[in-house]
Structures are given as C-alpha cells and as structure tokens.
Ligand binder design. Structure first.
Ligand SMILES: Nc1ncnc2c1ncn2[C@@H]1O[C@H](COP(=O)(O)OP(=O)(O)OP(=O)(O)O)[C@@H](O)[C@H]1O
Ligand SMILES: [Mg+2]
Length: 318
C-alpha cells in the first residue's frame, strides 16, 4: 500500500443513497449505496455517461443537493463531521474555505457584473479576516498561482473580457484561494477548446500536488480521467460498477460497461475508414434495490480492444 492509500480520507462517503421526492424507502434512487474515499493529495476520477449520477455525488460532498432531492441513507464524512447532518449555516462556513467546487461552465460560475478583483476579494474576505488591501494582494498571488498572465494589469477585467480558459483559471483561483482541503472539479474542461483543456488539467494536477488537497474529478471522458486521476470509479445508473487505479481500469477493465466506454472512445490511431463504435447501453430500470452486478448493459462487441492511452502530464500551458 502506498502513502496515499494509507492516509486518512479527507472525504469518506459510505453507502450514500440519494432519492427523488421523499426519504421513503421506495422513493426512486438517483444515487444508490455509493461509497468512496478521497485522501489528501489524491485525485479520484468519477467517470460515467450523462445522467449516471456523477454531479449529484459531487454536490452531496459539498452539502449542495438541489431542492427536491434527499440523502435517504448513508454518510458523507469530512474529517469526522457528517456533512448530511450539518445545518446550512455550518455548511456555508465550510464551503469556499475547506470545501470547494470548480464547475463546468466558468461563464455561469462567475458574476458577469463584478470584476475579477472584486470576486476574488469577496471570496477571501468572506472566509478570512483580511483588510481590503491584504485581500487584494492575496488575490494577485492567487491569480499568479493559476498562471493568469499579468494579474495586476488585468485585475479590473470583467468576465466577458476574458477567454474561456482564462475565466476557468479565475474560477480555479477562487476555488483554491482559501486553501481548501477537498475540491470537486465537475467537468472543468468540457466547455473549453481542446487546445486549452490540457493546460487546465495540468494546472489542477499541479495544484493537487503542491497544495495537497483531495480532489474528486468528475468527467464523462476516460481520456481526461487518465490524464489527471490516481484512481478511477466508474459510475453507471447511480452506482459504482468498477473502481481501481487508473492504469488498471484503462488497461484491464473488468465490467462490460467500462469496456464499452473505452471501446467507444476514438483515439489518435483511429483511421477515417474505421467506423466509430457508438456505445449503446440497455439502460437498466432504476431501482433502489438493484445491485451493480445485475447491470450488464453492453450490447455486442464482447471482444473489446483497449484503445484509450494515458496522456503524458506536462507543464501548464494555455
Ligand atoms: N434537481 C433534480 N431533480 C430531479 N432529478 C434530477 C435533479 N438533478 C439530477 N437529476 C437526475 O439525477 C440523475 C443523475 O443526474 P446527474 O446530474 O448527477 O448526472 P451526471 O452523471 O452528472 O450527468 P452529466 O454527465 O450529464 O452531467 C439524472 O437522471 C438526472 O435527471
Ligand atoms: Mg453532471
């Protein structure tokens, strides 16, 4: 067991079931008996198709479930505290300071009417007793730390004046400004141009290593997960169907759903004559009691070939 695996988890989710409508046992489960742990300095990738429950899992670890959804069973422990039993006021104190989130769409995450400076200063002063001047200095450093070019000159920019990649760097600066211990990154590169994606992935990876926070990295893209995560958990229809170190899941997937996902991904080695193999799952009926072993959804193509390769981790570069 390596040092990462032996460390005490910063987030420990046990048997989490999230249901729609009510807490009654027969309410439809959107996330079913899910367990996961993230340790300090570790990046755990959560991968699965649209609607599989990745974002709901991430939001639950922030105490941010949307209205109408409930934690029906299980615990979400953050250094010993069960987040599901904290009050909104207690959760607000933790979010932005100890727990933070990077979202898919930086344009929606930033306030369009406030400058970069004001938004960063707001976050810093909400959680730390800093004067305006001190907070401004810390904000410059926070921008430098995410590779934002010339922060002093561009401090007064509004979000619409920045490219997508720079807006996401501002969001990452805001998420990490107060040195959180646990961060959920929910598809942080999905809305970005491919030329910018790699720089953002490298930045997140570098900050996990330098700052030592635990990260739950959500994506539908196994190639992205391969570039950033240490371990991967594959989610299907609200459940974890397979989990393990990223190399072994990508090179030796066991569950048919994982094999289908890997097989459906085009690679640089694919030729134009080679048809893309769409992943067509037979979606199992949602049931609060259906075990993951009964979800064997792949149609055809049992002789899979693994074609997703691990990316090389490089330097931050937009
Ligand atoms: N506020 C809500 N009310 C009702 N159902 C919801 C709500 N939010 C999510 N769901 C349902 O829960 C399931 C899981 O949603 P979730 O957003 O976690 O999926 P996801 O894996 O993040 O998908 P994507 O890759 O598209 O972001 C889906 O069936 C979705 O329709
Ligand atoms: Mg989602």
């Amino acid at each position: 067991m390596n040092t990462l695996q032996s460390a005490v988890p910063i987030i420990d989710v046990q048997n989490l079931t999230v249901s729609l409508g009510s807490t009654a046992v027969d309410a439809p489960a959107l996330v079913h008996e899910l367990s996961l742990q993230v340790r300090p300095g570790e990046c755990v990738g959560l991968v699965g198709e649209s609607g599989s429950g990745k974002s709901l899992t991430g939001l639950t670890t922030m105490g941010l479930l949307p209205e109408g959804l409930h934690v029906r069973a299980g615990e979400v422990k953050f250094v010993g505290d069960d987040l599901t039993s904290l009050s909104n006021a207690e959760l607000r104190k933790l979010r932005g300071a100890e727990l933070s989130m990077i979202f898919q769409d930086p344009s929606a995450a930033l306030n369009p009417t406030r400058t970069v400076k004001k938004q960063l200063v707001d976050v810093l002063r909400a959680h730390q007793s800093l004067s305006k001047k001190e907070a401004e200095e810390r904000a410059v450093v926070a921008l430098e730390d995410v590779g934002f070019p010339n922060p002093r000159e561009r401090f007064n920019s509004f979000p619409f004046q920045l490219s997508g990649g720079l807006k996401q760097r501002v969001c990452i600066a805001m998420a990490l400004a107060c040195r959180p211990r646990f961060v959920v990154a929910d598809e942080p590169t999905t809305n970005l141009d491919v030329s910018v994606q790699e720089g953002i992935l490298n930045l997140i990876r570098a900050r996990i290593e330098s700052d030592g926070f635990g990260c739950l990295f959500v994506s539908h893209d196994l190639g992205v997960i391969g570039a950033v995560a240490d371990r991967v958990m594959v989610m299907y229809a609200g459940q974890i169907v397979e989990a393990g170190p990223v190399e072994s899941i990508l090179n030796n997937p066991q569950h048919p759903y994982t094999r289908g996902l890997i097989d459906a991904a085009p690679t640089l080695h694919s030729t134009k004559d080679e048809p893309l193999r769409p992943y067509t799952a037979v979606r199992p009926k949602m049931s609060p009691t259906r075990p993951a072993s009964e979800m064997v959804p792949v149609q055809g193509n049992p002789e899979h070939t693994v074609r997703v390769s691990l990316e090389t981790r490089g330097d931050t570069n937009d």
